[in-house]
Design a protein around this ligand. Structure first.
Ligand code: PLP
Length: 392
């Protein structure tokens, strides 16, 4: 039987064995509530404290600046709504980009519709999905309370110039948030070097568990809590701590820092082999995102005259996991907002296919994809009822 090949690591990763091993005792041995005074609780508290120190080390911040959440969706919501609630400006305006994850994009839309946010500007991106710091500066108004630009994009892997953007935000005394969910596994997340006030993280994108994340909050940042109840997480996020998840996130980030450079080099090499192989073997294919300023594990293509969903399903039958930006998640077959914002036509965006490699991806895996994928695309193109417009 063929080995299964999982190349959808931007969606979720396999929990590293070392992470799992550290988490397991916290399900059925050290299972106390970390707020309890007895030994069971105190042991859990000590482990949470240690994990918080590991996250703080990863970010180069102090442990009190790390707030555990249920994942990056919550962290993004916390950053956006928390800053809106804390601001005492009469009118509130936020700057973001059109390629943010829905956790930011939809949150902005929602609070504007509800009237808590007066307006927001989405600065445009270039054909690679890069935000221009100058455009961010131009969008600033006296009412701007927050700039939120992601560190690296989840669909095309493009890395944003966040240090430059953070300098601009600082110049105007505006809070700067970055969603580092996809970047955390590969890029330096030193908040001092990057000049960040708020940063979102998630466990399951970095070989950690699902349902755990964190929001870094720079000391002194004007932000409200959004989840109310007990006094957990320095009174910033109520709810009994997800102790196994927190242990897992701490360990996952510790492992990210070990041998990151070599791991990135290895993955980049395989990714480049996949990109050049696919470009040579498959006619009328385009790489989406920046050729160099992209996450080491991301290869995102747009293939003309073929549907991304059909490719994903055909690859799945071959035991290969991939993803498409043309997912028919709701009733409408809407192409990815990221690809459209980059100026890719709706027709071409429908033929998008994303592979995201992991630390465990091998050269044989890539060879197999390069053998299978061209055949699938040729077959699907033959079946296509009409030729789609291929304007890039
Ligand atoms: N932000 C980005 C950039 C993401 O890629 C994701 C997940 O795909 C999220 C936020 C949401 O993360 P979570 O699944 O932890 O809620």
């Amino acid at each position: 039987m063929q080995k299964k090949i999982y190349l959808d690591n931007a969606a979720s990763t396999k929990v590293d064995e070392r992470v799992l091993k550290e988490m397991l005792p916290y399900f059925n041995k050290v299972y106390g509530n970390a707020s309890s005074l007895h030994q069971w609780g105190q042991d859990a508290r000590a482990a949470v404290d240690l994990a918080r120190e590991k996250v703080a080390k990863f970010l180069n911040c102090s442990p009190e600046e790390v707030i555990f959440t249920s994942g990056a969706t919550e962290s993004d919501n916390f950053a956006v709504l928390g800053v809106i609630l804390a601001s005492n400006k009469e009118k509130k305006h936020i700057i973001s980009s059109p390629i943010e994850h829905h956790a930011v994009e939809e949150t902005l839309k929602f609070w504007k519709e509800k009237g808590l946010l007066d307006s927001y500007s989405l600065v445009s991106v270039d054909k690679y999905g890069i935000v221009s710091p100058k455009d961010v500066e131009k969008a600033i108004t006296p009412d701007t309370i927050l700039v939120s630009i992601m560190y690296a994009n989840n669909e095309v892997g493009t890395i944003e110039p966040i240090s430059e953007i953070s300098k601009i935000a600082k110049k105007y005394n505006i809070i700067f948030h970055t969603d580092a969910t996809q970047a955390a596994g590969y890029l330096d997340c030193n908040i001092e070097k990057l000049g960040i006030d708020l940063l979102s993280l998630s466990g399951h994108k970095i070989y950690g568990p699902k349902g755990i994340g964190a929001l870094y909050i720079r000391k002194g940042t004007c932000i409200n809590r959004i989840q109310i109840g007990g006094s957990h997480e320095f009174e910033m996020r109520a709810g009994t701590e997800n102790v196994p998840g927190i242990i897992g996130l701490g360990k996952a980030l510790e492992l990210v820092m070990e041998g990151r450079k070599e791991r990135n080099e290895k993955i980049t090499k395989l990714r480049d082999k996949l990109i050049s192989g696919a470009s040579i073997k498959i006619k009328n294919s385009h790489l989406s995102g920046h050729p160099k300023k992209r996450l080491p594990n991301n290869a995102n293509f747009a293939f003309e005259n073929v549907e991304g969903e059909s490719i994903v399903m055909s690859l799945d039958l071959e035991g290969i996991a991939s993803s498409t930006g043309s997912a028919c998640t709701s009733k409408s077959l809407k192409p990815s907002h990221v690809l459209l914002a980059m100026g890719i036509s709706a027709e071409l965006a429908h033929g998008s296919l994303r592979f995201t490699l992991s630390k465990d991806t091998t050269e044989r895996d890539i060879d197999r994809v390069l053998k299978v994928l061209p055949k699938i695309i040729t077959r699907l193109r033959k079946m296509a009822p009409t030729k789609l417009n291929s304007k890039h």
